[in-house]
Design a binder for this molecule. Structure first.
Ligand code: BGC
Length: 320
């Protein structure tokens, strides 16, 4: 049986990110802010706890992240039923999604680690054998880059994301009063099961307007579990700022959507709203909505996507 392991990567400024082979998850990210160490990614103290985790803590989520309506896709005229693990719908790659798989170590250096994961044809219903790879690299500029790729033996649906719950105040603190900016003028409207209706609506005059940084509070309008349509052509997705304003997280990606989730369903080790997920990805259900940007992964067109989480400390003096 594969053992759960962890890999530490660090940069020359003392930042440390810990990754586990189970779900290729980010389980800790330590950085020094104004002379004090902060862990800014929610995680369990024991590796074994990840095996029971229902919240996708820190995971690479897929083969297709977010929801697929009625747990089915049609590819080249053929219908493929997928695992229905949220009522009638498919969420985050199904019961045996990539977050629940042991990934293999491919390469490790001080500042980077590469893991891979292969699934067989028909895994949770996905057509074609698919091999996934993720490389996490931590630069000396405080940027964690996540390079994602997949090759498939036949046309299939792939759309990954990264699912850490950030708390820039340090994970034991309340995440309330973070400031959030999202580079989106539009959002994808959803039904009561969080499946897009197909409509793309302006954020203006709604509680999804984060075009200027806005403080997230506990009031109900700030319960957010929503895909934003990132300004086309821009890689900058969002900026999250700690309540004390000493730490900023800049999120960028080549993906067209950003799921913002204020973690209102957390329980157990962490309480609701103790972290915030900022997940660059395709729009939910995009394999079934022809107007949404999406392309199949095929033997000729492998999947690739990049996510960057960059820390900025506006009050830190540059070193001599
Ligand atoms: C989704 C939430 C879901 C959560 C599960 C998020 O990415 O947007 O709806 O409950 O993942 O942890």
């Amino acid at each position: 049986m594969t053992e759960i392991r962890s890999f530490l990567i660090s940069n020359n400024n003392g930042d440390e990110v810990c990754i586990t082979n189970y779900g290729a998850r980010i389980i800790q990210w330590y950085t020094e802010v104004a002379g004090e160490e902060r862990n800014i990614v929610l995680g369990y103290s024991s590796l074994a706890d990840y095996l029971e985790d229902p919240f996708y803590h820190g995971a690479i989520v897929g083969p297709f992240a977010n929801r697929i309506k009625d747990a089915q896709v049609t590819i080249e005229g053929q219908l493929y039923p997928l695992d229905a693990n949220e009522g009638y719908n498919h969420l985050h790659g199904g019961t045996h999604g990539l977050s629940q798989q042991f990934w293999q170590l491919e390469q490790q250096s001080e500042q980077s680690v590469t893991l891979s994961c292969a699934i067989a044809n028909g895994h949770d219903g996905y057509p074609g054998a698919i091999t996934f790879s993720v490389t996490y690299s931590l630069t000396d500029e405080g940027e964690l880059t996540i390079a994602l790729s997949a090759i498939a033996e036949q046309p299939t649906v792939v759309g990954l994301t990264s699912h850490p719950y950030f708390n820039l105040a340090g994970i034991e603190n309340d995440a309330d009063r973070h400031l959030l900016h999202v580079n989106a003028e539009y959002f994808t409207e959803v039904d009561e099961k969080l499946i897009p209706t197909g409509a793309i609506l302006p954020v203006k005059d709604t509680h999804f307007d984060f075009q200027k940084p806005r403080t997230l509070t506990h009031v109900s309008r700030d319960v957010i579990d929503q895909n934003f349509v990132i300004h086309p052509g821009d890689k900058h997705h969002a900026t999250l700022i700690s309540p004390d304003k000493k730490l900023q997280l800049h999120v960028s990606s080549d993906m067209p959507g950003l799921q913002v989730y204020t973690a209102d369903h957390l329980f157990g080790r962490f309480i609701p709203r103790q972290g915030i997920c900022l997940e660059p990805q395709f729009f939910p259900n995009s394999p079934n909505v022809s107007d949404f940007p999406f392309s199949l992964t095929t033997p000729e067109h492998p999947y690739s996507a990049n996510i960057s989480y960059r820390l900025v400390k506006p009050h830190d003096k540059p070193s001599d």
